[in-house]
Design a protein around this ligand. Structure first.
Ligand SMILES: Nc1ncnc2c1ncn2[C@@H]1O[C@H](COP(=O)(O)OP(=O)(O)OP(=O)(O)O)[C@@H](O)[C@H]1O
Ligand SMILES: [Mg+2]
Length: 224
């Protein structure tokens, strides 16, 4: 599970102070949690702290009971590669690689031999319904298919925690709900924790836990 304990990350710019302040939250294994709140409320900042892409000024991040926020960058990099998965608004697939090659990337970076990486990447793509699109490049996939390929890539290494920043923002309304249903299913089936930043009502409606932010502070939480 993921726990943020009293995390603060302050940005000072032109005399103005922004960021996130004293946020505590916990998301159990197998659950889908959403960080909700208006633009500038601190959602991406919190995802970066949970994703070990940034470090808090104060407070700590725990992953599976281990304090991970103060580890040296080398260790955090290793955890990002082996235990975390990332899905972004713009999908971030490598355009010249096929869906299969994209999903193989993190596995190969971990040092898996090519056959094993191919087998696991193909299984992940099959799981998200793209078995017949393995050899398509991102430009040959629809937006919804690209986002499912990005989810397969994040899941192929069997991560403990998957972080997604506005994953439905580039999709039309009809695709957001099914994509979240898929994430909720995958969270439960893999026992992974999903943390999604979004202000999309279709996303918030499908979460097990909703954390609402305003001005960098947690103002409300709802557990369903
Ligand atoms: N690198 C930075 N330097 C200075 N200020 C920053 C930096 N990153 C974020 N901020 C400020 O911190 C606050 C929170 O930003 P954040 O990106 O976390 O918001 P958000 O909730 O993700 O918004 P959005 O919904 O628009 O993506 C904002 O006021 C933003 O301007
Ligand atoms: Mg953001």
């Amino acid at each position: 599970m993921l726990e943020l304990r009293e995390v603060t990350r302050a940005y000072e710019l032109g005399g103005e102070r922004a960021g996130v302040f004293g946020v505590s939250l916990a998301v159990p294994k197998g659950c889908l949690a959403v960080l909700a709140g208006p633009s500038g409320s601190g959602k991406t900042t919190l995802l970066q702290l949970a994703g070990l892409l940034d470090q808090p000024d104060e407070g700590a991040v725990f992953l599976d009971g281990q304090e991970v926020s103060s580890l040296p960058e080398r260790e955090r990099g290793r955890l990002r590669l082996t235990r975390l998965g990332f899905v972004f608004q713009a999908f971030n697939l490598v355009p010249v690689l096929t869906a299969l090659e994209n999903a193989m990337l993190p596995l190969q970076l971990q040092g898996l031999v090519e056959d094993e990486a191919r087998r696991r990447a193909a299984a992940a793509l099959d799981r998200v319904g793209l078995a017949d699109r393995l050899h398509h490049r991102p430009g040959q996939l629809s937006g919804g298919q690209q986002q499912r390929a990005a989810i397969a890539r994040a899941l192929a290494p069997d991560p403990l925690l998957v972080l997604a920043d506005e994953p439905t923002a580039s999709l039309d309304h009809a695709h957001g709900g099914p994509l979240m249903d898929l994430m909720a299913e995958l969270a439960a089936e893999r026992g992974a924790t999903f943390l999604v930043a979004s202000h999309d009502p279709a996303v918030i409606a499908r979460a097990d836990h909703v954390f609402r932010l305003a001005d960098g502070r947690l103002i409300e939480e709802e557990h369903r």
